[in-house]
Design a binder for this molecule. Structure first.
Ligand code: PMP
Length: 354
């Protein structure tokens, strides 16, 4: 079998060890003779998985007891609605958002259903090719929401603004990819299916003290406080996704943690961006200072080379390189589990195009 170099945007490559151990747990979980998929989520063995999956997040993020960790369902997309339900005041609710791509716009759309939304910065008119930076967020807002990495457009926030309100961030596509001070956020969410695990669960990390103040009668399944009270087991959790996420996080912790992942991610990003910048046949879409470490989006400068280039990367065993349909071109997603070697294979293909 030829080696596949998987640049998929998510779901995406995970550590091989995670695939191996997940497969074992499906056949025989902890030597119990039972599959992970057939035991009760209330069993001692699964409760231990959930407890550790919640605890490891606080260790990796260096957060204390003022934060709670939840594994929910409904994807990051459900968080677009849960955030305003829980944080936007019922009377005269108002939140600030930046519009930096399709997913940020999705979050804005849901928040508008519950209150007033001010878009304080947007790169929409320039096809989301940069991260807006110069804005002030005052205390008149219930919260400020941003998207740390724009998966489709390949832009990433390098710093986060100081705001006089709650800071909420969708970190779906760059969580655990670089060292950041997680304590500056009041609420972080991320669909697991990039750096954290398989599709099927969404991580929510929330500062307890910010909850219970919206004045809304929140539907139970959308209520963070209820999920916290039930230790992320209000209803049947997605047991497989939580377990495989735990394995992915343990792999991260055992291999140098976020700092080591960041070092690898910088090396991978430099390798590809340096080649694209050097090579007149290729170009990126976005402002250099806002380029993502996770998703390198690029295009051919000479479309007549498309057939030849597409055939070459496919022949090299590269998978998942086509850009998102709203941008076109190519997108090399280089999540934590993607080895440098795969980026080198892609760079060699790019170099060989004449
Ligand atoms: N936010 C970002 C930044 C994303 O990349 C995605 C999906 N790729 C989403 C939100 C939506 O996530 P989900 O499919 O888990 O609802």
């Amino acid at each position: 079998m030829t080696k596949i170099h998987n640049f998929s945007a998510g779901p995406c490559i995970l550590p091989q060890e995670v695939f191996q151990k997940s497969a074992e747990a499906i056949l025989d979980f902890n030597g119990s003779g039972l599959s992970l998929l057939e035991i009760s989520h209330r069993s001692k063995d699964f409760v231990a998985v959930m407890d550790e999956a919640r605890a490891i997040i606080k260790r990796l993020m260096n957060l204390g007891d003022d934060y709670e960790v939840l594994y929910l369902q409904g994807g990051a997309s459900l968080q677009f609605a849960m955030v305003p339900f829980n944080l936007m005041k019922l009377e005269s609710g108002k939140a600030a958002y930046t519009d930096t791509g399709t997913w940020a716009a999705g979050a804005i759309k849901e928040a508008k259903k519950l209150g007033k939304v001010d878009v304080v910065g947007s790169s929409k008119e320039e096809n989301y090719s940069f991260i807006p930076k110069d804005f002030k967020i005052g205390s008149e807002y219930d919260y400020f929401h941003c998207t740390s990495n724009n998966t489709i457009y390949g832009t990433e926030m390098k710093t986060f603004p100081k705001v006089d309100t709650l800071l909420v961030c969708d970190m779906s596509s760059d969580i655990f990819s670089r060292v950041i001070d997680f304590s500056q956020f009041d609420l972080i969410y991320a669909g697991a299916q990039k750096n954290m695990g398989p599709a099927g669960t969404t991580l929510v990390v929330v500062k307890k003290e910010i909850l219970g103040k919206s004045g809304r009668d929140i539907p139970s399944m959308l209520d963070y406080s209820l999920h916290i009270a039930k230790e992320s087991m209000y209803n049947t959790p997605p047991v497989f996704a939580v377990y495989a996420s735990l394995l992915t996080l343990q792999h991260l912790e055992n291999n140098g943690g976020i700092a080591a992942a960041e070092k690898n991610n910088i090396a991978k990003a430099e390798l590809i961006y340096n080649e694209i910048d050097r090579n007149p046949l290729f170009a990126t879409y976005c402002k250099v200072e806002d380029r993502s470490l996770m998703n390198a989006c690029f295009k051919l400068t000479d479309e007549s080379k498309k057939e030849e280039f597409d055939a070459a990367w496919k022949a090299a065993g590269i998978n998942g390189l086509n850009g998102h349909r709203s941008l076109g071109g190519y997108r090399a997603s280089m999540y934590n589990a993607l080895p440098l070697e795969s980026v080198q294979v892609l760079v060699d293909v790019i170099k060989n195009l004449k």
